[in-house]
Design a protein. Structure first.
Length: 217
């Protein structure tokens, strides 16, 4: 038998596709279980059951629960970063108000599509203890706090607004934190489902208008 046969390549690609599909199914299951049970309470057995795979299969893909959590946060974080960067790139030559709405819409739309993971993000952001969660978030060479990634894009947006003179320079050092606070407020309210019936474009417009003009009558 020729071990270099071209028939081996399709077989290897098929195995790779199957592994990738299983990996994504595990991540989707982990997203649901971590969100429903909490980052500390969720068990690998529950995740395997949700994914429809054996626990052993789970460990073939991930060394432990912390590695699975780290991979999940990294994957969803990268999806968010890509969406926000795309919004910044596409709107770069537009007026600041258009850029602001594009970035906020991209963020909010992503969170609407990953409502279960929003719970995980908020818990990751709040974690400062010495738990297994901290170990997952501090995997080598990984910056896994999604809120920090959002903040960096907000800073980029604010710098553009200052260059365009769409924002006044007085107190400008506070603008990223102010906008970030509004976005985090949206996330917390979204978790409470208190305004789930408000259309996304309406909510984005409210955030943008408040940042641009404040609460004054």
């Amino acid at each position: 038998m020729n071990l270099r046969s071209p028939h081996r390549a399709p077989a290897q690609k098929l195995r790779e596709r199957l592994r990738e599909a299983t990996n994504e199914a595990i991540l989707a299951a982990a997203e649901k279980v971590f969100a429903e049970q909490g980052l500390r309470a969720a068990k690998m057995e529950a995740i395997a059951g949700e994914a429809g795979v054996a626990v052993g299969t789970l460990y073939n893909h991930f060394e432990d629960r912390e590695s699975l959590l780290a991979e999940l946060v990294a994957a969803r974080r990268q999806q968010l970063v890509d969406r926000m960067d795309e919004a910044l790139e596409k709107s770069e030559r537009q007026p600041f108000a258009v850029q602001l709405r594009a970035l906020v819409f991209g963020l909010c739309q992503h969170l609407e599509e990953h409502q279960a993971f929003l719970t995980i993000w908020m818990e990751c952001d709040a974690s400062r203890d010495g738990s297994s969660l901290r170990l997952a978030l501090n995997k080598p060479n990984r910056d896994l706090r999604p809120m920090e990634e959002i903040y960096r894009r907000v800073e980029t947006l604010v710098r553009r607004g200052l260059r365009e003179k769409a924002l006044r320079p007085e107190g400008a050092e506070l603008y990223p934190a102010m906008l970030m606070g509004m976005l985090k407020g949206f996330m917390h309210r979204r978790l409470s489902l208190s305004h789930a019936n408000v259309p996304l474009d309406v909510r984005v417009e409210q955030i943008a208008e408040f940042f641009l003009h404040g609460a004054g009558a």
